[in-house]
Design a protein around this ligand. Structure first.
Ligand code: ZN
Length: 80
């Protein structure tokens, strides 16, 4: 199950497909049981590369294309 706030991701991927391109996404499965979500991926990286562990993800609160607020998880701006 994914939330369907807007279709920008699908619409853009449709346009990008002819250029052999697609938008990278973050797929989230919240631990609190709320529905999984697909959001455009915000690239994150470690500040100190020698520290162990992977960088956390940053989940956008608003659609970067149309500006609508995503429903459900991430409404307060999520970091997980
Ligand atoms: Zn949108």
């Amino acid at each position: 199950m994914t939330d369907k706030t807007c279709n920008c991701l699908a619409d853009f991927n449709e346009k990008l497909r002819e250029h052999n391109t697609e938008i990278e996404v973050t797929i989230g499965f919240p631990r609190d049981g709320s529905p999984s979500f697909v959001r455009p991926r915000i690239a994150t990286s470690k500040i100190e590369s020698r520290k162990r562990g992977r960088p956390v993800i940053a989940v956008p609160t608003y659609c970067p294309f149309c500006g609508i607020q995503y429903e459900g998880y991430g409404q307060q701006g999520g970091v997980s």
